[in-house]
Design a protein around this ligand. Structure first.
Ligand SMILES: NC(=O)c1ccc[n+]([C@@H]2O[C@H](COP(=O)([O-])OP(=O)(O)OC[C@H]3O[C@@H](n4cnc5c(N)ncnc54)[C@H](OP(=O)(O)O)[C@@H]3O)[C@@H](O)[C@H]2O)c1
Length: 345
């Protein structure tokens, strides 16, 4: 068995001021191994590029701020290349919180073994760090738990769900699950191409927030019966506008705030009186709170994918060296379309 492995990892070198620039990160060569007792080493094939990581480069989020010199965190899939644990064997396909790395040396319990036979037809292995990973779970539990009229209860068919950053994995999955549950789904996205795709995959209406027409007018036109559930991935002014379009007893689920992550000062919401007059409920989501329920949700969603009722879109970027540029493009108006995943080599 090989004792050591030449590996590469991206670390945080300085805290970004605005959109992260290449000099915020450093690609380091490291040697991993020999494998520690009870641990394993995986050679990563793919890693995820997550917008939510941006907030942790600068400050505390639901997880603590990253320290300078830390490996940038992300999910990844790979193959075990060395193991000193009876739970993992060389050749096993695994998913883990690897970070932006070529190889991950971790305790065996940090790896989730994946059955390669499950990934066929429309279900690719990369789905494990996309639609069946954290973003897909965010959509599932955000909508079906926090979005229900009585939290955790049944959804009410016919209600209108509005979701922002709708062509991203969280957004597109939210809209499609809404349709599967008999709700009306309306998405907000940043291009005509994205809006056309949302209609193709079953959304009832799609709004391009970059169009000249005021967003509030566009929401009113696309949601003639008002908005019952708003799943917010964007925050800032868009959240404030959505608040003003909510129905009585509407629910706002705060999933992300991609318009805020690069701002030095957050943009506060002003339409707070609507919370009183319309008896609104707004709640933040931390998807990891639902970790125990992930396997059941993943099985259900895999079934929907195999049946063609739930689709997803990925954009694979070649080369670990391109991770920082792939990350910055999430925020700088680049035409990012689909879950960004880096193919390590
Ligand atoms: N709470 C949780 O537990 C949890 C877990 C996972 C993810 N999340 C959050 O869920 C959200 C969606 O995640 P995702 O992975 O599916 O990513 P995503 O929606 O694909 O995020 C990237 C997209 O955000 C949009 N965007 C960027 N800057 C914007 C701005 N200033 N205004 C409006 N839209 C902007 C862009 O799309 P357009 O072209 O449409 O502008 C971009 O392609 C993220 O905010 C993430 O942090 C939360």
């Amino acid at each position: 068995m090989t004792d050591s492995f030449s590996a590469r990892r991206w670390t945080l070198q300085q805290r970004p001021d605005g959109i992260p620039t290449p000099d915020c990160f450093m690609l380091e060569d490291v040697t991993l191994g020999p494998v520690q007792d009870g641990w394993a080493i995986a050679e990563m094939s793919h890693i995820s590029i997550d917008p939510g990581m941006r907030s942790r480069l600068s400050g505390d989020s639901y997880a603590a701020v990253m320290a300078i010199g830390d490996t940038v965190e992300s999910a990844g899939i790979g193959t075990i290349v060395a193991s000193a644990s009876d739970k993992l064997a060389v050749g096993d396909l695994v998913m883990t919180g690897s970070g932006w790395v070529s190889h991950a040396h971790l305790p065996a319990k940090a790896f989730v073994k994946l059955d390669p036979a499950l990934f066929q037809g429309p279900l690719t292995q990369t789905a494990a760090i996309g639609i069946l990973g954290i973003p897909g779970m965010t959509a599932y539990f955000g909508l079906l738990d926090l979005g229900a009229p009585d939290k955790g209860g049944d959804m009410k068919a016919g209600e209108t769900v509005l979701v922002s950053s709708a062509a991203g994995t969280v957004g597109a999955t939210t809209g499609q699950i809404a349709k599967l549950k008999g709700l009306r789904a309306v998405g907000i996205a940043g291009s005509k191409e994205k809006c056309d795709w949302l209609l193709e995959i079953g959304f009832d209406a799609a709004i391009n927030y970059k169009d000249a027409a005021p967003l509030k007018e566009q929401i009113k036109a696309a949601c003639p019966d008002g908005v019952d559930i708003y799943l917010d991935n964007v925050g800032g002014e868009m959240l404030d506008t959505a608040i003003s379009c909510m129905n009585q007893n509407g629910r706002l689920i705060i999933s992300g705030a991609v318009s805020e992550y690069n701002r030095a000062q957050p943009v506060g919401i002003r339409n707070t009186l609507d919370f009183i007059s319309k008896r609104l409920r707004m709640e933040g989501l931390v998807v990891f709170d639902y970790a125990r329920a992930f396997p059941k949700a993943q099985m259900e969603m895999a079934g929907w994918i195999m049946a063609g009722d739930l689709v997803y879109r990925e954009e694979i970027i070649d080369g670990l060296e391109n991770a920082p540029a792939a990350f910055a493009a999430l925020f700088d108006g680049s035409p990012v379309f689909g879950r960004r995943i880096v193919k390590v080599k």
